[in-house]
Design a protein around this ligand. Structure first.
Ligand SMILES: C[S@@+](CC[C@H](N)C(=O)[O-])C[C@H]1O[C@@H](n2cnc3c(N)ncnc32)[C@H](O)[C@@H]1O
Length: 357
């Protein structure tokens, strides 16, 4: 399966199409590729056309999922079918998939995450089983480990974009949206940001090594305690730093010490495994703080939120990367930095910084 000039399909929060375009242009350029995209404001997705003739999996390999910040998912498009007849939409899609020799481990029926697109969801619920049966019968579905995910993206009920993503290098949820349970004791919805960050920014091995009872953490800008609770629920002991109040439900875990102090000047009494930070502050100031903590060994790893109320969000993210790289340069150690505009983030992104395995 090798066609020329695949396009990327990038899902995002509506309103972040510009950031996706700036990032796609930047990453493509870095990977020695070139392409272009046209913004449809508030569409919730971006189509980025590549000029280079490469197999789909080579495109994905050159643009690895962990490098992306703003999209919720990156898919390599392999076909598009328009004018699907209302009386039989299955056959043209099945034909297009079979013609390209696609063997998929799973298939997801997707739309943009917008109110208009949500109207398609009842159509997709009734249509999907028909196509799934046809895929099963005709050998499109594969049990082979590593078989890619097949994405069927509907803008309306009459046309579909057909794309692929590698099984082990893409967001692991349909539409890139994790459905997370709100903990009963959570005092704020922002608790889900940290829960999502653990899942989408860290590997399983990193989670196992660092989210276990007995480890020590601090939470800068902790009130009312949603992030602190995520750490305490995993058995970590947490210094919760904020002049504001921490909810009783969080203090009742018995693992939290509330300290009324300024998160920029407070220092821990000993080295910590974790520092998390959700203070509403200028992103460059937060990036410098995180870089200083990690570089000085005050904490081993960090998850932090960067608020991006400005227009040029992609540029600001690049600036924060440079600040962090500058602070870490002298440590002589390899670090991983992963950043993402999470589903539970609004005008902000969340990042993980930790030791390279
Ligand atoms: C978005 S809220 C944090 C929500 C929290 N992550 C949760 O899940 O409940 C931001 C918090 O940062 C605190 N904050 C802002 N600047 C701070 C500073 N310099 N030192 C300590 N806390 C600060 C605010 O008081 C506020 O409670």
């Amino acid at each position: 399966m090798s066609t020329s000039g695949h396009a990327l399909l990038l899902y995002c929060r509506a309103g972040f199409e510009n950031e996706c375009l700036a990032e796609a242009s930047h990453l493509a350029h870095q990977a020695g590729l070139s392409g272009h995209g046209r913004i449809q404001p508030d569409a919730g997705f971006l189509r980025f056309q590549l000029q280079d003739a490469l197999p789909w999996d080579e495109v994905a390999r050159r643009l690895p999922w962990q490098d992306w910040v703003f999209p919720r998912q990156r898919i390599v498009l392999v076909a598009r079918v328009d004018h699907l007849p209302a009386e039989d939409r299955v056959k043209p899609i099945l034909d297009a998939v079979k013609q390209r020799g696609i063997k998929a481990g799973r298939v997801w029926f997707e739309t943009a995450d917008t109110n208009e697109a949500k109207e398609l969801s009842s159509f997709l619920r009734s249509f999907a089983p028909h196509l799934e049966r046809a895929f099963d019968k005709t050998g499109v579905m594969s049990k082979k480990p590593g078989a890619p995910t097949l994405h069927l993206f509907f803008e309306d009920s009459g046309s579909v974009e057909i794309g692929l993503s590698p099984a082990d290098d893409a967001a692991d949820w349909p539409m890139g949206i994790p459905r997370l349970r709100m903990p009963r004791a959570a005092p704020s919805r922002s608790t889900l940001k940290l829960a999502e960050a653990f899942l989408s920014l860290m590997t399983e091995r990193e989670r196992e090594a660092s989210l276990r009872p007995g480890l020590r953490a601090c939470d800068l800008g902790a009130a009312p305690g949603g992030w602190t609770l995520q750490l305490a629920e995993r058995g970590l002991r947490v210094y919760a730093i904020d002049n504001g109040p921490i909810a009783d439900s969080v203090l009742e875990t018995g693992l939290v010490e509330h300290i009324r102090a300024d998160g920029f000047t407070w220092r821990p009494p000993h080295k910590l495994d974790w520092m998390v930070c959700d203070m509403v502050e200028q992103p460059a100031r937060v990036a410098a703080l995180i870089g200083d903590w990690v570089a000085s060994g005050r904490c081993r790893r960090s998850i932090f939120n960067l608020k991006l109320p400005m227009k040029k969000r992609f540029d600001e993210v690049q600036r924060c990367r440079e600040i962090l790289a500058g602070r870490l340069a002298d440590t002589g150690q390899p670090w991983v930095l992963r950043m993402r505009h999470l589903y539970h983030d609004r005008e902000e992104i969340t990042a993980y910084l930790g030791p390279a395995a």
